[in-house]
Design a protein around this ligand. Structure first.
Ligand code: CMP
Length: 433
């Protein structure tokens, strides 16, 4: 009977890989202990050995029956799978799976430690969980702590193995003594209450090596923790760096304080409303089809808000949405000025604007979310008929003249609605005189 090929990215395989990882962690703790205390607790150590060995052998069997991805394409051909596995981690997996009895039979029980190699391969499964949305920095931190604990465990068992501490009081307390020695030595605390035998060269050399490892580890931990903390919120860190760079530049060029304040307000708003990223820059790199889908999703609110789009054909909506550009205005900003030439029309997503006279003294109308403006200059080919001032923070979408004209040509019903609105506004202004 042949197994069916298992999908390398399926849930079943993920579950199994997590089980293998657990077995590997158990093995990494169990194997060095078996070397130190094995003879005293023969039965218990043998049964764990057998269980771990069984899991690892089953894993080898499943690996020969699991597809793999090449350039994101799944490969399910048994010959190719086997060839790849044999070239890769098969031999390590095999060494790790061998029961202790094999190494003992050839008189090299220390080789049992090869089982620990399995941890390296099995840790890769965490990368797959990462894609499921776990915070990568936290995961890295957890992996690092795991390695530190494992290293301390190995060093402590090594120290026990070479007789560095007395076994008086039983294996439990002896192990704790060795671990205590390891941590004080590696952390460069060195109380010196448990020390190597001064006449035992093996213990002396072991201690020297442990001290050197300790110094290295210290640097490694400090370096890692500081980058991890900086990376915990990468977006925020980058945003802050960008703002610092910009404000240094603005100061250097002696930009007035008031203007600098507005710029910093703008970035604060960008951070609060969209984690610091203008959609335009984020979306810029995406291929067209993905870009359309993201824009459709992001601009869903504007599509729902603008009454003009109610019942419009999906094609028209897609056409408009993919041509919209998000822009932000701060309270008091003039968005368009009366008499200027018009190049865009605007849809309001958030915030409100005043339609005012040229001197800004008379407010003709207030437009809120879902309204649009700036269409008259484009339709009537005239200068802007009024000034528009942002009342509060405004999230707007602009549509360039060329796209606007193309869309009007293509969708006559939509063109008609906009024309009607422009005509109404024109009449209203005319009556006002
Ligand atoms: P446009 O002339 O391109 O630029 C100014 C905009 O103000 C204009 O397009 C309209 O969209 C808008 N507008 C002008 N008059 C009114 C009004 N009376 N009520 C609402 N909006 C107006």
């Amino acid at each position: 009977m042949q197994l069916k090929i298992i999908a390398h990215d399926g849930r079943g395989r993920l579950g199994w890989d997590l089980a293998v990882l657990s077995a590997a962690v158990v093995a990494a703790i169990h194997t060095p202990l078996s070397l130190v205390f094995g003879s005293a607790n023969e039965a218990a150590f043998r049964s764990t050995d057998a269980a771990v060995s069984a899991v690892f052998f089953l894993d080898i069997l499943l690996n020969f029956n699991t597809s793999y991805a090449e350039k994101r394409k799944p490969i399910a051909d048994r010959k190719l799978i086997a060839a790849r596995y044999l070239r890769g981690s098969f031999w390590i997996d095999l060494l790790a799976a061998l029961p202790f009895a094999v190494f003992d039979a050839v008189g090299a029980p220390l080789l049992r430690l090869t089982r620990i190699l399995k941890v390296f391969g099995s840790l890769r499964v965490l990368g797959r969980i990462r894609r499921l949305g776990t915070n990568p920095s936290l995961l890295r931190m957890a992996t690092m702590v795991f390695w530190l604990i494992l290293a301390a465990h190995l060093i402590a068992c090594g120290f026990l193995y070479i007789g560095g501490v007395s076994t008086e009081g039983g294996p439990g307390i002896a192990y704790l003594r060795a671990l205590y020695w390891t941590v004080t030595t590696v952390a460069t605390i060195g109380y010196g209450d448990i020390t190597p035998d001064r006449n035992n060269p093996v213990q002396l050399i072991y201690t020297i090596v442990t001290e050197l490892i300790g110094v290295g580890m210290f640097g490694f931990i400090i370096g890692n923790i500081s980058t991890m903390i900086a990376n915990l919120d990468l977006a925020k860190t980058q945003h802050r760096a960008k703002i610092e760079e910009i404000s240094a530049y603005l100061k250097e060029r002696a930009i007035p304080r008031e203007l600098r304040k507005r710029i910093s307000d703008y970035y604060d708003y960008l951070w609060e409303s969209r984690r610091g990223q203008g959609e335009n820059s984020i979306l810029g790199e995406l291929p067209l089809s993905l870009k359309t889908q993201v824009s459709m999703f992001l601009n869903k609110d504007i599509i729902e808000k603008v009454p003009l789009f109610k019942g419009a054909s999906p094609l028209l909506i897609e056409d408009i949405v993919t041509n919209l550009r998000a822009v932000v205005y701060l309270p008091g900003d003039s968005i368009v000025r009366k008499g200027e030439l018009g190049e865009d029309m605007f849809f309001i997503s958030q915030g409100s604007v005043h339609v005012v006279s040229e001197d800004g003294k008379t407010v003709y109308a207030t437009l809120g979310a879902g309204s649009f403006f700036g269409e008259m200059a484009l339709i009537l080919s005239s200068p802007r008929t009024a000034t528009i001032v942002a009342v509060d923070y405004c999230d707007l979408y602009t549509l360039r003249k060329a796209a606007f004209e193309r869309i009007l040509k293509r969708y006559p019903d939509f063109a008609e609605s906009i024309r009607r609105m422009a005509e109404e506004r024109r009449k209203e202004n005319e009556e006002r005189g």
